[in-house]
Design a protein around this ligand. Structure first.
Ligand code: HEC
Length: 275
């Protein structure tokens, strides 16, 4: 039973050529576990017994039972059984519901998905857009997990190879990896609306395009909304749609004001960039 796990785990992480070699804990399994699992199952992680006593607490801390030594690893296999271990690492091929196991992502699922996205875009001659890219391109200096770093590396490599238009968007510009930023030919900040743009958009969206309906109070209130963005209009429109109401202009304006109040500091402005 132990032997089966060792082979299975090693095959899933590495190329099939391993099958031809002799697989040992020390040569293949230990390095693999150290690389992919140690951050949450490593030296700082609880023993299986400790883990079982306070499972919820450890889950919240993203810590699983310790697998940093052979003895600890065997405890888990013996305790839960090999099947449970393998199911967690499965890519979906061997599970009943065809869903990948919850540890599978640490075997490079994201990297594979990224590679597929780039390949498909190139084949279809499509523009590739990644929204909220901060989750992939976060600053490697502040990354605490090796898989966070490997995601950034993978994305950068794919970008280098990609022969097409690649666009990313984020609200957390400050957190993007500096080396990654250099690879984008254009960085475009979408700033808040200018006073005359605010008024124009408000007339269009809240006053049916009738400029004469804009009174001085409304105009003055709009002039104060320095961080108003087109997205705020979209949010208010969506709220009205969900409630099945047509908002009177003063309510529309009040909702815009409350959207603006909720916003974090001005330096958190939305940003788009192009490669
Ligand atoms: C980001 C943190 C993280 C990484 C990386 C990670 N795990 Fe886990 N693992 C957890 C957490 C948290 C639990 C406990 C919660 C749960 O069962 O999902 C857990 C539970 C497990 C369990 C079940 C233990 C039990 O008896 O309940 C196994 C088996 C396991 N992980 C294997 C692995 C393997 C193998 C790797 C490396 C390929 C890995 N994990 C990578 C966080 C992680």
């Amino acid at each position: 039973m132990k032997f089966k796990l060792v082979i299975a785990a090693a095959c899933m992480a590495s190329s099939m050529s391993l099958l031809a070699q002799e697989v040992t804990y020390r040569n293949q399994v230990k390095p693999m576990i150290q690389k992919l699992c140690a951050e949450c199952h490593g030296d700082g992680a609880p023993t299986l017994a400790e883990f079982k006593l306070a499972e919820e607490k450890y889950k919240k801390e993203k810590l699983g039972p310790n697998t940093s030594t052979y003895e600890n690893l065997l405890q888990i296999i013996a305790y839960t059984d090999t099947g449970a271990f393998m199911r967690r690492l499965d890519d979906g091929t061997n599970t009943a519901d065809k869903k990948p196991g919850n540890m599978y992502k640490y075997l490079g699922e994201t990297e594979q998905n990224l590679a597929h996205a780039f390949r498909d875009a190139e084949q279809d001659n499509a523009v590739l857009l990644i929204d909220e890219v901060d989750s992939f391109l976060q600053n490697r200096e502040s990354a605490t997990r090796s898989w966070e770093v490997s995601q950034v590396n993978e994305l950068l490599q794919q970008m280098e190879r990609f022969d097409g238009i690649f666009i990313c968007a984020t609200n957390l510009f400050d957190q993007i990896d500096a080396a990654a930023l250099r690879r984008f030919a254009f960085k475009i900040a979408f700033k808040a609306l200018l006073p005359e743009q605010r008024i124009k958009l408000f007339v269009q969206e809240a006053l049916d395009g009738i400029e004469g309906e804009l009174n001085t109070t409304m105009r003055n209130r709009l002039l104060r909304l320095d961080n108003l963005a087109p997205g705020d209009f979209a949010v208010v429109k969506r709220q009205a749609m969900l409630l099945g109401e047509v908002l009177p202009p003063s309510d529309f304006l009040a909702e815009l004001e409350s959207e603006c109040r909720l916003k974090p500091g001005v330096n958190k402005q939305a940003m788009g960039f192009l490669h």
